[in-house]
Design a protein around this ligand. Sequence first.
Ligand code: ADP
Length: 509
Amino acid sequence: MGRTTSGVKSTKSESDSLFRALIATAVDGIIVIDSHGAVQVYNAACERLFGYSSREVIGQNIKILMPEPYHGEHDEYLRNFRESGERRIIGIGREVVGRRKDHSTFPMYLSVGESELEGRHLFVGIIRDLTELKAQAASHEGANRLLAQLVASSDDAIISKTLDGIITSWNRAAEHIFGYASSEVIGKSISILIPLDLWPEEERFIEQLRAGRGIEHYETERLHKDGSVVLVSLSVSPICDAKGVVIGASKIARDITEKKRAEARTNMLLSELAHASRLSAMGQMSSALAHELNQPLTAIMNYIKATKRTLASITGFPTARANELIENAAHETLRAGAIIKNLRDFVEKRESKRAFENLNKVIEESIRLGFVGVDDVNVNVRLELDPEIPLVLIDKIQIQQVMTNLIRNGIEAMQLVDRRELSISTTRADGDFVQVTMTDTGPGLSPEVLSRLFQPFITTKEKGMGIGLTICQSIVEAHGGRIWPIEERTVGAGFSFRLPLTEGSDLAA
Ligand code: ADP
């Protein structure tokens, strides 16, 4: 007679072997015990789970697979069941702890069924190892916790909102940047942050998000709680549900107000510097021209005088007319000299705005300016600024110009070498001066350049004007100071300049 096991029609011996095969190949652990706890069946999955072979377990009390307190309580529990029929776990499943042969433990899900076979009470336990699942859950929890910490500690505002613009989360940085506490804004519309005239832009964003596209590093304006404008760089990503439908957006807003202000300040300084630099260059050019033209003009005057004398000695020559012409030529020659002198005076006498300044600060700003527009130069800047130096009475823009000239020369020179170090120090020298020294690790000053360093139009550069150092010198000297190259260097070039302390320097400090 055949009977059915799991829907398979078979003879008794066939079904026995099928049953054995099923038990042997089951992924879950299967254990059968009798009413006293003695193990009857213990499959291959159990061998893997507990580390005991079936030979070691069959016939033993099931409690060897249990840690305390189950180990000590199990016999009592079975007796109780035999006497009262009270079931605790039978028919249901629960999470318990298993004990391996090496006495280590692991979480497992145990479901227990009972049956009667040839008058004997048997219990069948199905065991699933929860180790991996638990580890996954823990790492999930860990990841969530990490994410929460990241969001909380970010300096950028991280905000999430629904597609209707209702704010759903708001981190600490958002509180700081926009001035609203999270309790004030969660559940409210994001529109409180958006200036009226930027609404069309926001609508465009929302359309873009609905289409699943994000926005990256978009610079725009938002409103602080106090009504002031905050400049932000926005990155917005769509948030999708499990089916991939866009249900909201997460926004990261970086406050760039300070950065923009600094940019504006740098631009202003740069344009002032460019202006001053043009004026200085003009002054320097006219000085040089005046110097160069003085000689030929003097020579012309001498020739004119000589011509006048020569003509006067020729009898019968129409001297009156000739004299008139020669006087005109002399007059024009003098005028040419005066024009050049005027131009020079005009440029040199431009209003110099002097004030007591902290030279260390001036230097720090000059470094920023010196590096503007010079990308990826890989220069290491080392500063040794003496915090004790007194204030100096200077035209800040002009001294900045000296510093940026020296810094740029250094950076340019170091393009030719691998080790690029720019060192700048300040110190109080000889009591009455503040001295600045700047050195680089470039190829150094060549002897030909060194001998004529501060003369105009001396350059070794293809596009150089050769007036940078001349301007530096005239500025430093106009401040009552002195500039010189450091000649005893073995590596690179170096320059020092001194500015005098004036009455009030120490008081101003
Ligand atoms: P420019 O930079 O237009 O040439 P400068 O008057 O600033 O004019 O410099 C004059 C010359 O001095 C440069 O052409 C260069 O040969 C030399 N020089 C200036 N600074 C350095 C330096 N740090 N290292 C090497 N050579 C320098």
